[in-house]
Design a protein around this ligand. Structure first.
Ligand code: FES
Length: 320
């Protein structure tokens, strides 16, 4: 099943849930129990295309107590750099995939008095596993799920079966909107809010929570988005003594990995801080797209998060 860092799984079912979302069941090739995980965890799926290797994070949405298989859902992204199209067009029942061990960067707070969960579209996925943990009803919770239309409401039946009284659906097609002020202004002390969805929704929840005096420690968000594209640029890895070119639709991390140099990572989304890399020389502009480095760190220009950040430099030298 595992070669130390990877798990080898086979796709055993694929279901087209909505016009854009496919649901995959992944069983370990050797049928041994998979590593345990908690609600909110994700795995990074390695996709080996003809010319490129993609590594995309996907939330685990299966019940955490089920170690016989993992489930993920993949939305076909219109502006995909290749990963979501690979999953939709080149992965079939019987395909074998390599995935990293689960990591949880979006856990439920253990001492919260109440949980308010807000999902937009494919952002529902981490909450599906969390609902299994909340199912015992000890801690009160409510889930607000916004989608384009009923046809785009992936997992609606499962949500109704799991938490009918605690789930509210909002359909853009019927001009239904989440009342963020109403939702976040009247919650009991000790409530935590969690949001996963498009950037606009995440920013709105964060801004509304701040306006109503929520401590930042009670506001949790998860954003899986593809690394930004940009102009190609050159980079030199000082210790490996390798010069390489980062293509417009390739992340700096992907380019480094393609050159055979390993960089630690967890989220591949500019959040966890694991890929932080020292910049030895940069005679231009570093384009920081992460949510990890402080503004002061970014201004100093001595570190970069290669999973999402790029550069416009004549010469960029990294301590790798
Ligand atoms: S891998 Fe998490 S910040 Fe880069």
């Amino acid at each position: 099943m595992s070669d130390g860092g990877s798990l080898h799984v086979e796709v055993t079912t694929i279901e087209q849930l909505t016009p854009l979302i496919k649901h995959f069941t992944l069983r370990p090739v050797d049928r041994a129990p998979l590593p345990a995980f908690s609600g909110g965890s994700h795995v990074v799926v390695v996709m080996r295309g003809a010319h490129r290797v993609y590594r995309n994070p996907y939330s685990l949405l299966s019940p955490p107590f089920d170690r016989s298989a993992y489930q993920i859902a993949v939305r076909r992204m219109e502006d995909s750099r290749g990963g979501s199209h690979f999953m939709h067009d080149q992965v079939f029942v019987g395909s074998r995939l390599e995935i990293a061990h689960p990591v949880n960067l979006f856990p439920l707070d253990k001492i919260a008095r109440k949980h308010v969960l807000i999902a937009g579209g494919i952002g529902i996925t981490p909450f599906l596993a969390q609902l299994e943990d909340l199912h015992d009803g000890v801690i009160p919770y409510e889930l607000h799920y916004a989608v384009r239309s009923p046809a785009h409401a992936a997992f609606a039946d499962r949500l109704r079966a799991l938490a009918a009284d605690s789930v509210k659906f909002y359909h853009d097609s019927e001009a239904q909107e989440i009342d963020y002020d109403g939702l976040l202004s009247g919650q009991p002390l000790g409530t935590h809010v969690y949001v996963c969805g498009p950037a606009g929704m995440i920013n709105r929840v964060i801004a509304t929570a701040r306006r109503w005096g929520w401590p930042d420690s009670h506001v949790h968000w998860e954003k899986f988005s593809a690394p930004p594209v940009g102009d190609a640029f050159e980079v030199f890895l000082a210790r490996a003594k390798i010069g390489l070119r980062v293509l417009p639709d390739q992340s700096l991390l992907e380019a480094i990995e393609a050159a055979g140099v390993e960089v630690p990572y967890l989220c591949r989304g500019g959040v966890c801080g694991f890929c932080r890399t020292t910049v030895l020389e940069a005679d231009g502009e570093l384009l920081h797209h992460d949510h990890y480095l402080s503004d002061a760190d970014k201004a100093r220009g001595k570190s970069i998060m290669p999973c999402v950040s790029r550069a416009i430099c004549k010469s960029l030298v990294l301590d790798l």
